[in-house]
Design a binder for this molecule. Sequence first.
Ligand SMILES: O=C(O)c1ccccc1NCC(=O)[C@H](O)[C@H](O)COP(=O)(O)O
Length: 238
Amino acid sequence: MTTPFIEALLAAERPLVMEVKRRDADGLDLIAGRTPADIVAAYEEMGAPCISVVTGRWFGGTPELLRDVARITRLPVLQKDFITRAGHLEQARDLGASAVLLTAGLLPAVSLGKLVTAALRAGLTPFVEVTSEEELAAVPHPRDCLIAVNNKDIRRRERGQAEIDRSLDLLPALRATGTPCPVSASGIDGPAAAARLLDEGYAGLLVATALLRAPRPHDWLAELDALRAPAARQTAGA
Ligand SMILES: O=C(O)c1ccccc1NCC(=O)[C@H](O)[C@H](O)COP(=O)(O)O
């Protein structure tokens, strides 16, 4: 089963989930005086197939930020927060989310299973983040989930260096689950890392800090396009 969030990403020529996030892992401002509407308009203009909104407090988010973004855009919206209960899923849907982050490393396997099932029943795409094969093995219904490898460690508040090799190493295991849209998330700091992940076979990437900090985001994306292998560009969005 695919969902609007997964379909949008799979159909995109440049499959980047572009994120609205108020603060980086060190608490530094990422917004620079822009409104959520400014950021969403820029992302839409740059061809984002989907938008992510961090509502987690560590990153300066609030539920209202999700509601505001979902009201402005017709693109499918992912909520990134510490979702641990079915009530959070209802709240996400009421605020306008199409997809919800479920962090495998923070949830006991039983809870992850219940939340994936409840999200699917509620019409929400489970965006399940993993950092290891053990966490991946605990993801139920992988064909119905979007599974993402997080290159950072949320238990360390995403501080420190990203490990892009984690995504590269885990890709065969992700594919073996049958998940329709493997995604690499967090710490993708420039066009070179993004191009490499897409060329290696990732169907989508999630990027916040690098795009929000880019002095000229269009140039960032143009460089990504130029770096991607021609064959990969042809098959993307097919
Ligand atoms: O990963 C989580 O579990 C999490 C939970 C609650 C709020 C945010 C969470 N993660 C944050 C992110 O995943 C990053 O914002 C996202 O991947 C973008 O990373 P970056 O491009 O490095 O800003």
